[in-house]
Each structure stands twice: as structure tokens, then as C-alpha cells.
Design a protein around this ligand. Sequence first.
Ligand SMILES: *Cc1c(COP(=O)(O)O)cnc(C)c1O
Ligand SMILES: [Zn+2]
Length: 421
Amino acid sequence: MDPYILRCEPCRQTFDPDTHLYNCPHCSGNLDVLYDYQDLARRLRPNRITESPDGSIWRYSPLLPVDPPPGGGTPLHHVGWTPLYELPALAIRAGRSRLLVKDDGRNPTASFKDRASAVVVAHALSVGIRTIATASSGNAGAALAGMAAAAGLEAVIFVPKTAPPAKVAQLLVFGARVFLVDGTYDDAFDLTLEAAEAYGWYCRNTGYNPYTLEGKKTGALEIWEQAPGSFRPDAPPLNIFVSVGDGNIIAGIHKGFKDLLLLGWIDHIPRLYGVQAEGSAAVAEAYRDGRSEIRPVAARTLADSICVDLPRDGLRALRAATETGGAYVTVTDEEILAAIADLGSAGVFAEPAGAAAFAGLKAAVREGLVKDEDDVLVFNTGNGLKDIAAAQRAVAPAPVIEPTLQALQRILPQHVEMDNR
Ligand SMILES: *Cc1c(COP(=O)(O)O)cnc(C)c1O
Ligand SMILES: [Zn+2]
């Protein structure tokens, strides 16, 4: 960990971390964690990170506002450093010659949110906090519950009662105190703020707690290490597709690349493309209309993880695209279901919000937003086992048959050749 200050993104006021602020007391803007980059660049060489034997986000601890959690070997110590796949057959489906997929479904609790929750839990440990609360559509809660369990802390989770059962099961299995809110994610968000204040719990809410962004930026730091060719000065910029709900993931990825730029370790930032569901597109609508103010929508999409009325990190999410030469695209629920099957055909199982990023790539290619020579990377942010009901809608059901060869032959045409003959 390195010394840092907190700075309000909209009004630029700076604060000492010891103030323990969540957001700006003057304008309620989100706070950025900023380091002394010149000093850091003098003291820190990139190989201190690239040669680290640690296969987790803690390899980046010199660039994080927390020290690695004490001990080792727990799920909290195994967040991140997820695989980056190159998938030629899937590239063709997207009309590309090359396609990278970063699979964050491979995290301890099976979503990108582990990155944020791990850093928040490490911070809580370092200042002696025992109980952490969060609102969640499911994954942020599962990540907090899992990381808190690994660290011996208490988690209190507020999720909409409509959250996919697998996510609720994870929360309960991890031993969190769970409340199923009879309302939307946004209702759960506001209730969590009030409850945390009333009971003195530390609040992890996305787009509110300043440390979630720092955890999420590790996604960008990993891409920098795993796709070094894309950062050579003469390389065309990488085009990264991320689905957007509150906007904290895309803003975090932007922050990671901005940190690398300020350190002088890269000389250009990838183009960031935000993908929203058509029915939950508050940031995409602001982008389309050229507004910098985010107006809430009445969100509706089967991709529960990106179903958000008022994105709590909308401003930074918007800038992630506008400042990098990326864009926002929207996709329908049908396109999201088709993308689950597309990714599955390449061996990657994504939940709807994860698959939305691939659907967004297809939309961007159709709209001519991506140049032919540019490389593309799609973030799968959540594992498909998180939402089986959606997965089942993405594919045709399997037939039930009697256990006889005749029954099989009635269904399977005679001319089908078996692979191994
Ligand atoms: C939370 C989440 C997102 C969206 O992240 P935001 O920070 O809310 O934009 C996307 N995909 C999955 C699987 C998620 O859990
Ligand atoms: Zn402010």
C-alpha cells in the first residue's frame, strides 16, 4: 500500500483518508483514490509487479490503498488473476479475426465483484471494522459474504427478493445475514445506507464506498500484464467491452489504465465500450444525448446484475467511454440470451450480465464502431451457474428418452455420423 488522498470526481476537493468519508460532503460526488504518481514512478519499477509470484490482485498491492490481508491461502488471497482466453471460433461469430475474453467468472465467488469486496474487506481488517453491509443485485453481496467469511468478519446483505436463487443461496451458505428486499436494487441501496448509519455498520455499497473502484481497477492491471502486445507504442488500441449497471466496473477499469498512464508504464489507454441492456440504459442514454447528467430510468432486463434505475457511478462510467474514444451500446434481452449460447459454444459459461458484453461487441461491429485492425477484449463478469433459469432460456431443452437404442434412433437421424468411427 502507498499513501494516498481522496479526491471528489465532480468538484475536485481533496480529503485525507483518515476522514473515513464515503462520498463528498459538499456535492455527494464519488471519491477517487489518488497516489503521488511521480514519487511512485521514481520508487517503483514495473518488474516489481510483473515478476511477482502472487497469482492474485495482491500482486498489485503497491498500487492499492490497502495492504494484503494477513495470512495467506484463503479465498480472500485468491481473488483475480483470472485467465485471458484467445478464442478464434468465437471471434468469427463476432465478425472479428481475433478475440480475447477475460473470464472473471473464475473468481472465488464467481464474479468480478470479488475484486472490490476483497479490497473493502482488507480495508475493514486494517482499521478493525467487524461488520460490513451492502446492497446488491446478488454478486456484490455474494462477493462480500464470501470474502468476509474468509476473513472472519460479519456481512449484512440487502438484495431484491427477485435475485436469482443461486446468488441468494451463496449469500446464505457464506453465513451472511441476508434480507430479501421487497423492491428494486435501488430500494435496497437506499435502505442499506440508512441501516448502515443506524447500526454503525461499514457500508460497501457500489458507487459509494471509494475502495470498490480500487479493487476493480485490478482488472485493467491484469490486462496490461496479460496482453502486453496491445500496449506497445505502435500497437492499435485494444477495444474493451464491459457491461454496465452502476458503472463501477467500467470506471474501475478506466482508473486502472489511468494509473498506469500516470506512472508512465503505458502511453495509451484502451478504448472502453460500455454495454447496457436496452431496458436499463441510463448511462447509454446520456451518452447518446451528449448529456453529462445521468437521469434514472425504470429498469427492466433479465440481466439482473445490470438492472439499475440510477447508476451510482454513472458520471465516471460515462467518462470511461468518452475519454478513451470508446462508446456506449445497448443490447436486447434476446441478444443477451444469444450471447450466452455464443460464449458457451467456445467453452465459456456466462451469466446474462457477463454475456451482455459479447452481445455489445456484436452490436458495435454491426454499427461499424470498431475498426477492423483493432483487437477486441470482452469481459465476462459473472459465471453462468449464477443464473440457471436464464441459461436454460438461451438453449433448446434436451429430450428425455427411454433407456433403449431404439428410443435413441427414433430421435437421432440415421445419417448422423459418430465422431470417433
Ligand atoms: C455488477 C455486475 C456488472 C456491472 O457492474 P457495475 O459496476 O454495476 O456497472 C456486470 N456484470 C456482472 C456479472 C456483475 O455482477
Ligand atoms: Zn464534491
